[in-house]
Design a protein around this ligand. Structure first.
Ligand code: PFF
Length: 472
């Protein structure tokens, strides 16, 4: 173990940081709409099953690889494979993926900060207008917000693991829980709230198709920040005293609970706004929900609670999403930063500068790809349409590559690092692990059906996204 590697100061700090990574925009808006559209309680059940049966073992494997080696993805795959180039390449993809996800996620966080500012300064009527979103994402004021997001991320990451990531999570995560609960309580008092809850929870098994099952697993996988190198990196800051198995369960439980509770906020809000809502018309995209539909709902609230209170509710909502986005962004940008520190021997400050320059340029390019620059807006043609640079980054890294990275992790820990070594690491801080049912399940699942399922999901997503030909 490297002597001066920083560690999380406590198990709670680690769990909050990992949960901070996991709880993101996907939980607060993506999950509720996905669940409501795709069978309500039936989707929730399938989702919960995937979290327990598939995602948890992968999460434990990622934490164990990081903690055992004290390294991020490139270092961990390298160290545990005698620096075999094929496995180092898998590690490298595990660093490029978060770097690129960080780029498009920054763009969305920048919009959220802009909307937060406008909601807090009383521009609700404008935000709810048809033209607002298109105008805002193409306006130069966007770049002020970008500077704000960049400065915040830089400030947190510059302070390092304990004083930066952990401290920020300890402030932002409890605030996030508090705001979420306040909003749920408020929304439940609205007319027609119960219709939304019923729609969200009552199972409709007829809606469950192969593509819904595929979607549930993809959603669970990225919601838990798997396949992004984040959990390997956070695992490398984990003390040997910490029980990985129980911590992973806590992280998964927190993430899933927040996603579920977010549904209790979003669905009643949608139904109170329009009691005849036909959820099949709801866009699955988190972006259109956050920036187009919800502002209209906030504005409509003014009839019952007044303009001032409606603006306050809107501001609280955008602050909630912003906090969720920041803790996720911090975790994902830490991966390439840690790579430069560990593998390229840069100081933390220099690594942040490097990522700031390259990531910053790509982020600006993505932000310009909504109309401001034609070449970036109409960059490529695939999957039956013209795609912008933002679309490309999103489709390639967020939608497609995560299950492939998860597939590599499963194969690696089962057949290269080997199960007995994984078990030894998972037993550190958890003496009862060897011989337990959990140990047998983790070993069996990671070496058999989980990689097969992840590979199938990857292939199906490639076929669907890039060739418009779903396999199932
Ligand atoms: N779990 C996060 C979410 O649901 O939004 C996934 C994530 C996305 C983590 C982007 C980190 C990140 F930068």
């Amino acid at each position: 173990m490297s002597e001066n590697r920083e560690q999380f100061s406590s198990r709670l700090g680690f769990i909050l940081a990992a949960a901070g990574s996991a709880v993101g925009i996907g939980n607060l808006v993506g999950f509720p709409v996905n669940a409501a559209k795709n069978g309500g309680g039936a989707f929730l059940l399938i989702y919960a099953m995937f979290v327990i049966a598939i995602c948890l073992p992968v999460m434990m494997a990622e934490f164990a690889m990081g903690r055992h080696t004290d390294k991020g993805p490139v270092g961990a795959f390298g160290a545990l494979s005698n620096q075999q180039s094929g496995w180092r390449l898998a590690g490298l993809i595990g660093v490029i993926t978060p770097f690129m996800i960080g780029v498009f996620y920054t763009v969305i966080s920048v919009w959220i900060l802009g909307y937060l500012y406008m909601a807090a300064t009383g521009d609700l009527a404008y935000l709810a207008s048809e033209a607002a979103f298109g105008e805002y994402i193409n306006s130069p004021t966007l770049f002020l917000s970008m500077i704000g997001v960049a400065a915040l991320i830089f400030a947190i990451l510059k302070m390092g693991v304990q004083e930066g990531i952990e401290k920020a999570s300890k402030i932002l995560m409890p605030s996030l829980f508090f705001m979420l609960i306040c909003l749920v309580i408020f929304v439940l008092t609205l007319d027609n709230a119960m219709a939304g809850i019923k729609f969200y929870i009552i199972p409709n098994f007829e809606k469950i198709t192969a593509s819904v099952v595929n979607g549930a697993l993809s959603q669970a996988f990225f919601s838990l920040s798997l396949g992004m190198g984040i959990l390997i990196t956070y695992g490398s800051y984990l003390s040997k005293k910490t029980n990985i198995v129980s911590s992973a369960k806590m992280v998964a439980l927190t993430d899933t609970s927040v996603a579920f509770i977010a549904g209790l906020m979003i669905l009643p809000a949608i139904f109170s706004f329009n009691p005849d809502v036909n959820t099949s018309e709801l866009s699955e995209s988190s972006v259109s929900l956050i920036f187009v539909l919800l502002p209209k709902i906030f504005l409509a609230l003014q009839a019952s609670i007044g303009y001032f209170a409606a603006s306050a509710v809107a501001s609280l909502f955008f602050l909630l999403v912003f906090f969720a986005a920041i803790t996720s962004l911090v975790s994902i940008i830490e991966v390439p930063v840690a790579y430069l520190i560990d593998e390229k021997k840069q100081s933390r400050k220099k690594a942040l500068g490097t990522i700031g320059v390259f990531g910053g340029l790509l982020t600006v390019a993505c932000a310009l790809s909504f109309g401001m620059v034609a070449f970036l807006t109409e960059m490529l043609n695939y999957g039956g349409g013209t795609k912008s640079m933002f679309d490309l980054v999103y489709d390639l890294f967020y939608e497609t590559i995560l299950p492939l990275n998860g597939f590599f992790v499963c194969l690696f820990v089962s057949y290269r690092w080997k199960k007995h070594a994984l078990n030894k690491e998972l037993s550190v801080g958890n003496e009862g692990f060897e011989g337990s049912l959990m140990q047998r399940y983790v070993n069996f699942s990671l070496s058999t059906f989980i990689p097969i399922i992840l590979l199938a999901i990857f292939l199906n997503t490639v076929a669907t996204k890039f060739f418009a030909q779903p396999l199932f």
